[in-house]
Design a protein around this ligand. Structure first.
Ligand code: SME
Length: 152
């Protein structure tokens, strides 16, 4: 699928329609991962939650994954440490990449912040093609994630 800014406008609109402020946060996280997986056909879409001093697997869609990731470790842990998104074209070239599934070749990870600008979640998407993720994906996905940040 070719992803354009319009793709993300549509995704954002659909995601906004799914968010329900009256249900537990996990329900909204789960529905958002389901929507993104369905629309974009990515291999793995999910959240890791910052709990105490590590990332713990939260809502996701895709094959089973690693349940805990330490601060600074792997792409997710590095994104948490840097408080920045990371796009990896080839996971084999990212030092310390944690291979939950060998089918994963490229990934994008985006931190999700609470109102005090603390990282609460790391949003992680994996794909089976090298070089899958571009800046437009980061921009579009970050906008969708503001829907979660508004709940934190
Ligand atoms: N690739 C991640 C681990 C999580 S899985 O991809 C679901 C990493 O290196 O942080």
């Amino acid at each position: 699928m070719t992803r354009t800014p319009k793709t993300y406008d549509d995704l954002y609109a659909e995601a906004k329609g799914l968010i329900d402020i009256e249900v537990p946060l996990f329900t909204n996280l789960a529905n958002l991962t389901a929507l993104i997986k369905l629309r974009c056909q990515w291999f793995w879409v999910g959240f890791y939650e910052v709990i105490n001093n590590e990332l713990v697997l939260s809502a996701f869609q895709g094959p089973p994954a690693c349940v805990k990731i330490s601060y600074g470790k792997g792409v997710c842990g590095k994104s948490w440490e840097l408080k920045e998104s990371i796009i990896v074209d080839n996971v084999n070239e990212f030092e310390g990449h944690i291979a939950c599934n060998e089918a994963s070749k490229a990934e994008i990870v985006i931190p999700v912040f609470d109102k005090a600008q603390r990282v609460k979640f790391i949003f992680d998407i994996d794909h089976t093609n090298y070089g899958e993720f571009k800046l437009q994906d980061e921009v579009g996905l970050k906008k969708c994630l503001t829907l979660i940040e508004e709940l934190l």
